[in-house]
Write a protein of this length. Structure first.
Lengths: 296, 790
């Protein structure tokens, strides 16, 4: 709401101008950053990306990944109120350089992702399962740990769309789209990712073009619609990934979303919350339901 | 300890009166002869004794003197001085009408200011302006505005370019008590802060108290902005109006019964929505924004001892938004204030004047959203019922005593949501919040000797947060556990009794200079929930609770006041030091709107502010105006923010300067020049970034990711300094018997300074770096407004 107001308010003035300025901000201290994902459906979306922070004005727009880390993910078992992780079950994740040697076909996709660790052969997530992440850096001198949980899957019930024929300068018609899912009585947290590529995601959640993080605090327990404000193009292949995630992960992605758009020009800026010890970032367990629809 | 001090204080001044000799009282009312408006702060002086008193907010005065013959001089700047012989052998009435001075040659004056009150009165840290003066200042979009005008005064800082937010001596925007005819205005802005809710056609006088707060005021830490509405002409019917680029105004006033009662009604409305409609693309048709407001006031003289006033305000901002990409998406969003004040002036005895008011004020916000099969409405707001009684006892020769009480019932509506999403019905309400706030006060303005005078007061206030209330219990992940604690009707949830001692001391060095000092303690029990530097309509007010303690401030000020050349010039230098406890900030990315666990988002800390304010004003002559300069510092410290270290308050402004010069060329033309300078606002900037949410883009065969910023120290960077100059010329047409009109030609930002509004960053892919961009709102901006009266 506040963003709508800000945008409208700036538009009202019709007068706002801008110019480039030089700012001298002392560099911040270097911190490790971890983006870790595990899900129940897509092995190439089970990955750990390790990087470091970059000085804000340093001429560097690269991924800045960290190589030579030891990365393990261990599935756990819940007994009563306790969670146990057996070191014997831990799965080692390999850097993309190593993976590309093992599977040359992956090199074209994963080649640029230095700092990404995966094991699509052994690591598959399962619902209702806890997971532990262990990262060792600098020959074991730096340890980073995190835990997550893949909850039950919430299924997409149906996808509905209405094609509006092209008008005026439009080259294609518009597809007004909504989908329905059944929200249970418990408190659920969702992360929705959407892309319109003919293929589903090849690698990384960042491949999508649209994300939403929402919960069911006010709209709970029922057949719930999700309606897209912006129409898609007629003929688009719509890939919907509706993930049920944990609360701490939800809070991370919620703050991430606010940090991504910076809360507007008047907001008090802040850094995103983190559920990782020893680094910034999140280890998120996604219980994914997927639907693909060609909008024609 | 404080209770004992209070008792001693009361005993001290009551003892004094027991031995006072019997005298007669000369009392009365001063009015403007042209329209019957009461004159606030006119000086009534007894020439034989040099004793003087100012009229109160209702134009009333009373003086107690031994029997005898006296020469009474009545002065009010901008009006002809009157000298009246009085034979005082019994309690006597002296109602006087003053005529306005002609504006010609050297007799150009600023209307409505007292000649040497700044020297003689114990009052300090107080500045005043009249509605008439505000209209002379350069304007933006043709709209004069009192909140923008007061930021030209020392110690009062503007929130930002073109905005109406103001910050006083290191305080936040919610720490200013904004009163319109005694009714609290919780959100004083229209048009997202660019214009205030105050229509200058309806404003008679405004006063800002920055420190040395008298005991009859309370409820906010930093300042009081007291806006008095005009009463309306009780001699003849008059119509005023104005046409600006954004809005037009119209007001009507006149006698209900000539000389006895009058009315005023003033309204304005923007027409951006109407003017912009033909230029909007087809996809944006139906989008509209507008605001309107209406002020009214009526008064009736009921015999010689009673007078009744009824005044009010109603205003709304409305935004209709239809998504240009999907016309199934419709937002109807609005907010506004409403106030009503019923006041009864009663003169019990010539020495005892009272005003009793019943006041209602409301601020509410609505938000209706429709999207295909989904639709919901959210309502929030607050309202107060306020009963107050203020007594002025012109007690004895050297005492002016004020006492009274004030009771407020606060009712907060944090959020009500209704509607449906698909087949799921929404019917949610965050429990309403209620509180009682009671205050009693007494103060004595005591002329101890010819040189020493003191205004000592004590305000006792109690805030009781009460039920009915259902307190939801949340887990560590901020989710409802389903458990709750229920409080019954009027069951106390948090009770805060507090004492607020006030002291102002004046030492008159000579007829032209004085030294003043003050101490003020204030508490604030309602707080604005905002995470931004600008005040938005969605910002919520929340009451104190068991967790949210009342904000507290202690302020001392010391000032030197000097008038020159027969009071034509006045100058002052004031230093202040203020500490504030239980200050509230919100965690980054807090969800404020419709959050049942808002208190979980709060952090609590301290504030500190100090500074030196210099002021020089030329009150009369063809050339008049003022220059103000403030050097100041303002800090905040929260254990949970900024590694626990103190940081600059967002509106810390080391140097702040304003120059206002008006020149009357002749009867037709008046020009005003304004220059302002301020150190840049303190802002928090990122010092590093990291790539996140990575992915493979099959269309470009490249990695795809976003950069997220990392922030370190709060407000450790300064935006470039703010400065600009404005100029206006007012051309007044020759008056006829029944018609007056003038044109206001203004140029805002005459040297086209690019003042920072905010800065943002964008990566430059080609140069592999992040670039900073500064957005500035208003370049050089001419405007014109036409005002008329008939």
């Amino acid at each position: 709401m506040k963003n709508i107001i800000i945008v409208l308010f700036v538009l009202f003035t019709f007068l706002a101008c801008e110019k480039e300025i030089t700012i001298d901000v002392p560099p911040g201290k270097l911190q490790y950053v971890v983006e870790a994902s595990i899900n129940n459906r897509f092995p190439l979306l089970n990955y750990v990306f390790i990087s470091t922070t970059i000085d804000y004005f340093k001429p560097d727009l690269s991924l800045n990944g960290v190589k030579n880390a030891e990365v393990y993910i261990t599935p756990g078992v819940i007994v009563g109120n306790d969670t146990f992780y057996n070191e014997a079950n831990r799965i080692k994740l390999y850097g993309v350089d190593t993976l590309a040697k093992l599977v040359p076909a992956l090199d074209s996709i994963l080649g640029p992702f230095s700092g990404v660790y995966m094991n699509p052969f052994e690591l598959t997530g399962a619902v209702n399962t806890p997971y532990k992440l262990d990262i060792l850096l600098n020959n074991g001198a730096t340890a980073i740990t995190a835990k997550t949980f893949i909850p039950r899957t919430v299924n997409i019930d149906s996808v509905l769309y209405r094609i509006e024929p092209k008008q005026g300068k439009d080259t294609v018609g518009k597809a007004y789209t909504k989908f329905w899912f059944v929200d249970g009585p418990e408190r659920n947290n969702y992360r929705l990712a959407v892309n319109t590529s003919p293929d589903s995601i090849l690698f990384g959640w960042g491949a999508c073009k649209f994300y939403r993080t929402f919960d069911d605090e006010f709209v709970n327990n029922g057949n719930r619609p999700y309606e897209f404000v912006r129409p898609f193009n007629e003929g688009d292949t719509l890939n919907l990934y509706l993930s049920h995630i944990g609360r701490k992960e939800f809070l991370f992605w919620q703050s991430f979303g606010k940090a991504d758009n910076n809360g507007g020009p008047f907001a008090t800026p802040g850094s995103v919350s983190s559920n990782i010890k020893g680094a910034i970032g999140s280890f998120t367990g996604y219980s994914v339901d997927f639907k693909q629809v060609i909008l024609k | 300890m404080l209770y004992k001090t209070a008792l001693l204080f009361l005993l001290a001044f009551t003892t004094n009166f027991v031995f006072a000799q019997t005298k007669f009282t000369l009392s009365g009312e001063l009015r403007d002869s042209s329209n019957g408006e009461t004159l606030i702060g006119a000086v009534v002086k007894i020439m034989e004794t040099n004793k003087a008193i100012s009229t109160n907010t209702y134009g009333y005065f009373a003086l107690t003197l031994p029997a005898g013959n006296y020469t009474v001089q009545i002065t009010y700047l901008g009006f002809q001085t009157k000298i009246i012989k009085v034979n005082l052998e019994k309690d006597s009435k002296l109602n006087v009408k003053l005529a306005s001075r002609s504006i010609s040659g050297k007799e150009v004056v600023i209307k409505g200011e007292r000649e040497d009150k700044n020297i003689r009165s114990t009052e300090m840290s107080t500045v005043e302006l009249t509605g008439e003066k505000v209209k002379q200042l350069p304007v933006i979009f043709g709209e004069s505005d009192i909140l923008k005008a007061i930021t030209l005064l020392p110690g009062i800082k503007s929130g930002g370019e073109g905005g109406t937010g103001f910050y006083v001596r290191g305080g936040g925007p919610d720490q200013n008590l904004i009163l319109m005819d005694e009714a609290v205005v919780y959100n004083p802005s229209h048009l997202f802060g660019f214009l205030s809710v105050f229509n200058t056609d309806a404003v008679k006088n405004l006063e800002v108290i920055k420190g040395g707060m008298p005991a009859n005021y309370g409820g906010r830490l930093s300042s009081i902005l007291n806006v008095t509405m005009r009463e309306g002409n009780n001699q003849k019917y008059e119509f005023n109006g104005g046409v600006g680029l954004l809005a037009s105004r119209f007001s009507a006033e006149g006698p209900i019964k000539k000389g006895k009662s009058s009315f005023l009604i003033a309204a304005r409305r923007t027409y951006i929505d109407v003017l912009a409609q033909p230029f909007l693309p087809k996809s944006a048709q139906g989008n509209a924004y507008y605001f309107y407001d209406i002020n009214f006031k009526m008064n009736w003289q009921l015999g010689t001892k009673d007078k009744l006033y009824f005044s009010g305000y109603f205003g709304r901002d409305i935004l209709d938004f239809i998504s240009p990409t999907n016309n199934n998406v419709n937002l109807n969003f609005g907010w506004g204030n409403a106030t009503a004040t019923l006041r009864w002036n009663h003169v019990f005895k010539p020495k005892l004047f009272s005003n009793t008011s019943i006041i209602y004020n409301r601020y509410d916000l609505f938000n209706d959203f429709k999207f295909g099969v989904n639709g919901f409405s959210v309502r929030s707001g607050l309202n107060d019922w306020n009963l107050k009684s203020d007594f002025t006892w012109f007690a004895a020769d050297k005492h002016l005593v004020k006492f009274g009480f004030n009771y407020i019932f606060h009712s907060f509506t944090p959020g009500i949501a209704t509607g449906s999403v698909g087949t799921i019905k929404i019917d949610e309400e965050i429990s309403k919040q209620y509180a009682h706030e009671v205050a009693v006060y007494a103060q004595d303005e005591w002329q101890i000797t010819q040189r020493w005078s003191v205004n000592a007061g004590l305000r006792a206030v109690a805030f009781n947060r009460v039920g009915p209330y259902t307190q939801e219990i949340f887990n560590e992940d901020n989710q409802k556990t389903g458990e709750s604690i229920k409080y019954g009707v009027n069951e106390s949830m948090a009770f805060y009794p507090r004492l607020e001692p006030r002291l102002n001391v004046n030492y008159l060095i000579n007829e032209e200079s004085s030294i003043k000092a003050s101490y003020t303690k204030t508490y604030q029990f309602v707080h604005l929930a905002t995470t931004s530097g600008a005040q938005f309509p969605v910002d919520l007010w929340v009451p104190s609770s068991a967790k949210v303690k009342p904000q507290e401030a202690n302020q001392v000020a010391l000032g030197y006041f000097r008038n020159f050349i027969n009071n034509r010039y006045e100058a002052s230098a004031e230093a202040y030091y203020k500490v504030m406890d239980n200050q509230i900030e919100f965690k980054p990315f807090s969800q404020l709107f419709f959050n049942a666990n808002l208190e979980n988002e709060m952090v609590f800390g301290q504030g500190k502010a100090y500074g030196l304010e210099l002021f020089l004003k030329k009150k009369v002559g063809r050339l008049n105006g003022w220059i103000g300069y403030t050097w100041s510092r303002a800090y905040r410290q929260f254990d949970q923010l900024n590694y626990g270290e103190a940081y600059f308050f967002r509106y810390d402004r080391t140097h702040d300067m304003s120059l206002v010069l008006s020149y009357t060329f002749n009867k037709k033309w008046t020009g005003t020049f304004v220059f302002v300078y301020g150190t840049g606002n303190a802002v928090t900037l990122p010092n590093s970034r990291y790539p996140y949410r990575i992915g493979y883009d099959p269309q470009t065969n490249e990695p795809k990711f976003t950069f997220i910023d990392v922030y370190d120290k709060i407000n450790s960077y300064r935006l470039p300094a703010y400065h600009r100059a404005d100029i206006s010329f007012v051309y007044t047409h020759k008056k006829t018997k029944s018609w007056e009109s003038n044109w206001n030609f203004s140029i805002y930002n005459i040297y086209n300074r690019a003042n920072p509004y905010f800065i943002y960053f964008l990566p430059d892919i080609d140069k592999l770096e992040v670039k900073a961009y500064m957005v500035y709102l208003f370049p050089i901006l001419p405007s014109v407004a036409w005002n008329f009266k008939f």
